[in-house]
Design a protein around this ligand. Structure first.
Ligand SMILES: C[S@@+](CC[C@H](N)C(=O)[O-])C[C@H]1O[C@@H](n2cnc3c(N)ncnc32)[C@H](O)[C@@H]1O
Length: 229
């Protein structure tokens, strides 16, 4: 590890995410993980030069942390074919939910895949640490679990290091405790300035499953854009 890549702070809880596996995997899900995921996976070695892994030239690079069912990812890669998009998720059923919508049954090993998508099926913090400095044009943290404090004073230098000056970090949450946490934590740092804060989903923000659940259950989401100085 080089000196300009801050280590994960010991005081930051290592288990930011919940379960890696929910229900036992069905045969189709197992095939998606065995045959499709390796074709889309960004490797640890490729993380040092992610644009080269896409082979799309010097295009914008976006990263989504914790894509859940993958709705936001699928909308973004379709709407932004000239953006190289890395989607990260640790939960196997989430990975399968996205993969199942990418390839038809029977074509797990051979079906054509979007050229602008790579998956990081591990803790996104490890990718942030491995990326070159100022690699990311955008970062998405959509409805993280309430206790999963990806926004953390000890992680912010690592997030900031990976982002381009002027790059945008989108955060959405329906959880009042997390909303207050974002306000306090981001109010006390100097890497990002507030670009915008909205109570209704701004144009260009694809909906997600957790957002739909929050709205159904009467919670008020907030949508932030933080701009890297
Ligand atoms: C509450 S869900 C929201 C899913 C989706 N973004 C949505 O809005 O529907 C949060 C997701 O983040 C994932 N997650 C949490 N910490 C993570 C991390 N450090 N790296 C990658 N994924 C993570 C969890 O597995 C979970 O699927």
């Amino acid at each position: 590890m080089t000196a300009d890549r801050p280590p994960l702070a010991d005081s930051v809880p290592d288990r930011l995410y919940g379960r890696r596996r929910g229900h036992p995997l069905r045969p189709r899900q197992q095939r998606l993980l065995d045959e499709t995921l390796p074709r889309l996976r960004l490797t640890q070695a490729q993380a040092a030069d992610p644009r080269a892994a896409f082979g799309m030239g010097d295009v914008p690079l976006w990263l989504e942390v914790g894509f859940g069912g993958g709705e936001h990812t699928l909308d973004q890669i379709a709407a932004q074919p000239e953006v190289a998009y890395i989607a990260s998720e640790v939960f196997e059923n989430g990975l399968c939910a996205l993969l199942t919508r990418l390839v038809p049954e029977g074509a797990e090993a051979t079906g054509a895949l979007a050229r602008n998508l790579k998956l990081w099926p591990q803790d996104a913090r490890h990718l942030l640490r491995a990326l070159p400095e100022a690699a990311l044009d955008r970062l998405f943290l959509m409805f993280p679990g309430a206790k999963r404090r990806f926004v953390h004073p000890e992680l912010l230098p690592m997030v900031a290091r990976a982002m381009k000056p002027g790059g945008v970090w989108r955060i959405a949450s329906d959880d009042p405790t997390f909303q207050a946490w974002v306000r306090d934590c981001m109010g006390a740092q100097e890497f990002f300035t507030l670009g915008s804060l909205a109570e209704t989903r701004p144009a260009g923000w694809p909906p997600t499953r957790y957002e739909a659940k929050a709205l159904r259950e009467g919670r008020q989401p907030l949508y932030w854009e933080w701009v890297r100085r």
